[in-house]
Design a protein around this ligand. Structure first.
Ligand code: SAH
Length: 368
């Protein structure tokens, strides 16, 4: 059941511990309610309350006047993890005053970091585990490539921090991200580090994991759908296909791989998937061709996978750099090189906007 009520300006009184009530307090504060939270002890104030929230000491359950003053003109009281006796008195008083009484499970124990893979480009590719972690979060530190459109709705009023990493442009250093993760977890927050794709595929998730481990902060990883596999799939390119390719290698083009690595890829003969490859594509292709790759091998570039402006360009590896320039192909994009490219239903057409997720008609895929 969902009832939509405009709570702005309405008085809401929450009973419970600071940690247990922090989620419901944030949610109502964000919705514009006048929130008072009655906690068993005012110190230590480890978890900062959102602006405008009044934090008071719980009245003694037997202090009927004190309780009445607190609850009297409220629109609703929310009981989270209050002592049973206080719970009883508040419940009775709310019934008497006909104030809406709500109960909510306390927010989970905090002081942890969860490294969450957000999948590429769309919140529809979040895993159930990722959604659960976001709902528990006090704060989400996210990247540009993480799916952020519905982020506010996916959390229970968590603070959202853009650590805005862009290629070749890191306004927030990796070091400072790691320090923030550790400091916030130590302050008792449940911290989600949301990354595009999978956190352990060119995502520096390993470094963040180690930073937490070194600091003694509890940390876990929620794997994500990696763009390396999913973005080719969004346009109907399988990275392996019976009879065409039985291996695939994912490389980073951030720094062009040395000649001997590219030569090894050509010898291997499988599919090559390049992430962060647009800026250095010319060099990468030159290296592959110099190592003997046939320039006629099919290639594709898929930009902005799973977004409304997803675009797929089909060509050959020999023509790839010229096509990138001609069509002004930009990051974020996944480049696929190999015979599997021709399996895509749209192979041969190029530069068309191909819608995301459900745009591929599997029936058109040829069988080997
Ligand atoms: N951890 C991420 C990869 C980070 S590297 C993952 O597993 O997907 C960043 C690169 O990923 C981009 O330069 C681009 O090559 C690719 N990428 C990520 N999201 C993408 C998207 N929605 N569409 C196309 N490429 C994407």
């Amino acid at each position: 059941m969902q009832i939509d009520v405009d709570v702005s300006g309405r008085k809401v009184v929450v009973f419970g511990t600071r940690a247990g009530t922090r989620r419901v307090v944030r949610r109502y504060a964000r919705a514009g309610a006048r929130v008072t939270v009655a906690v068993p002890g005012l110190l230590p104030p480890v978890l900062a309350s959102p602006d405008g929230v009044r934090v008071v000491l719980q009245p003694d359950p037997a202090d009927a006047r004190g309780l009445l003053r607190l609850v009297g003109p409220a629109w609703s009281v929310v009981v989270v993890d209050a002592e049973p006796e206080l719970d009883r008195h508040v419940t009775a008083l709310a019934g008497h005053l006909r104030v809406l009484l709500q109960r909510e499970e306390p927010a989970a124990a905090a002081g942890q970091v969860v490294l969450v893979g957000g999948g590429p480009g769309s919140t529809r590719l979040l895993t159930l585990e990722a959604v659960a972690a976001l709902r528990e979060a006090d704060v989400v530190l996210y990247d540009r490539l993480a799916p952020t459109d519905d982020l506010a709705e996916l959390t229970a009023g968590a603070e959202l921090v853009d650590v805005g990493k862009r290629p070749y442009h890191h306004p927030v250093t990796q070091r400072s991200i790691e320090e923030q993760l550790v400091a916030r977890a130590r302050a008792g927050q449940s911290v989600v580090r949301l990354k595009g794709g999978d956190p352990f595929v060119f995502g520096r998730g390993g470094e963040e994991l180690l930073a937490c481990v070194a600091a003694g902060v509890p940390v876990r990883v929620v794997p994500g759908v990696s763009s390396a596999l999913a973005v080719p799939a969004a346009t109907g390119i399988p990275v392996t296909h019976r009879g065409l390719s039985h291996s695939f290698t994912v490389i980073s083009g951030h720094v062009p791989p040395p000649a001997e690595e590219l030569a090894a890829l050509v010898r291997l003969g499988g599919t090559v998937v390049v992430l962060m490859g647009i800026a250095n594509l010319e060099q990468i292709v030159a290296g592959l061709l110099a190592a003997g790759l046939d320039p006629a091998v099919p290639a594709a570039v898929v930009e902005r996978g799973f977004s409304a402006s997803q675009r797929s360009t089909f060509t050959s590896v020999g023509r790839l750099p010229a096509e990138v320039r001609r069509l002004d192909l930009v990051s974020p994009a996944v480049v696929v090189i190999g015979a599997v490219v021709d399996v895509a239903p749209a192979a041969g057409r190029t530069g068309e906007l191909v819608g995301a997720l459900d745009a591929v008609a599997p029936a058109q895929v040829p069988r080997p």
